[in-house]
Design a protein around this ligand. Structure first.
Ligand code: SF4
Length: 326
């Protein structure tokens, strides 16, 4: 498979233009993501089709709450990531590239969606965007086959490849890991501005939900969460926003986020956004109609019942709901 977003320079040096890092690679060297490599002056993709994880998950686990609630989705993970979050929950596949892989072509992966009885494919677990070429092939095949494409990502990508990919994505959950450029640059080695641009674009092109993992002492100030909510509301007040509690993982050992704190931050975000959900604290997270208060989706953990929606409208008052369920 030929890589697309890179430029060749003098002396077999190449520059990757896929993500905001814009890595310049000497022959034999890999980029920050560890999965794109300069082989003799060309961009090679040594991890093309190498699958690190494949599982049937509740769609709420992505988390996606407004896209086919209650359905199971075949979820695929790869290797590598273009960020360096020291609290990564999937560091064994995102920050490493060694381990058992299953080799699957895009055609074979799409076939597995039928075999496992799913309606959709989620690109998730590690960072899918650094496997852009594999994703592009797979999303096109899936769309042709009537299978939905779901992207779960850090959104750290340049605009041109983002536009190409998002044209085939039916729903996405993008992490917004904080709202300070300094936190992105120093703590997780990325660009907040680039992620905001991706979120702006995704809000126009797909059914978008956003998640912030709330980490005590890092991104948990009420002002910061309110700034995020104001930003998301400027794109779509009815966008689902997930605030998730952090648990110690990888290089972080600070105590977990207190449920009471998450609830209080949820209330702040709810001043600006109609649908705020709290993750990792056992909250029920039901969805109610904004117009008449009818219960639309009942959730208890991963047990989900869609009970108040008919033809994508509230079954009681008939107003349109921002939930795709049919
Ligand atoms: S995709 Fe990988 S190689 Fe390309 S710029 Fe980003 S981190 Fe560097």
């Amino acid at each position: 498979m030929k890589a697309k977003y890179y430029k060749t320079k003098e002396n077999r040096i190449i520059a990757c233009t896929l993500c905001p890092h814009q890595c310049v690679l000497l022959p034999g060297k890999s980029g920050i993501c560890r999965v794109r490599e300069n082989q003799d002056g060309h961009m090679a993709l040594p991890f093309y089709g190498k699958i690190s994880a494949l599982a049937l998950d509740p769609i709420e686990k992505k988390p996606l709450y407004h896209f086919f609630p209650g359905k199971m989705i075949l979820s695929v993970g790869f290797w590598g990531c273009n960020l360096r979050c020291p609290f990564c929950q999937n560091y064994s596949i995102s920050q490493k590239t060694k381990g058992h892989s299953e080799l699957l072509s895009p055609q074979e992966l799409v076939k597995k969606v039928y075999e496992r009885g799913s309606f959709a494919l989620a690109y998730t677990y590690s960072e899918p965007l650094v496997h852009w070429e594999y994703l592009m092939e797979t999303v096109k095949l899936a769309r042709e086959a009537g299978i939905k494409n779901v992207l779960v990502s850090n959104g750290h990508l340049e605009e041109a490849p983002a536009r190409e990919l998002l044209a085939y994505i039916d729903a996405a959950n993008i992490d917004l890991k904080g709202f300070q450029e300094d936190f992105y640059a120093k703590e997780i080695k990325g660009s907040l501005e680039a992620v905001k641009n991706f979120i702006r674009l995704a809000s126009e092109m797909t059914s978008l939900e956003v998640t912030t993992l709330v980490i005590p002492g890092k991104n948990n100030s009420p002002d910061e969460i309110e700034e995020i909510a104001v930003f998301l509301a400027s794109l779509n007040r009815e966008m689902a926003y997930h605030l998730s509690a952090y648990y110690p993982c990888y290089e972080y050992d600070a105590p977990p986020t207190e449920p009471a704190e998450l609830m209080s931050l949820g209330q702040i975000a709810s001043k600006h956004l109609s649908y705020v959900y709290l993750g990792n604290i056992g909250a029920d997270n039901n969805t109610y109609c904004l117009h008449c208060g009818n219960l639309l989706v009942l959730r208890k953990g991963y047990s989900v019942k869609v009970q108040g929606i008919a033809n994508n409208c509230c079954a009681q008052c008939g107003k349109k709901v921002p939930i795709i369920s049919e």
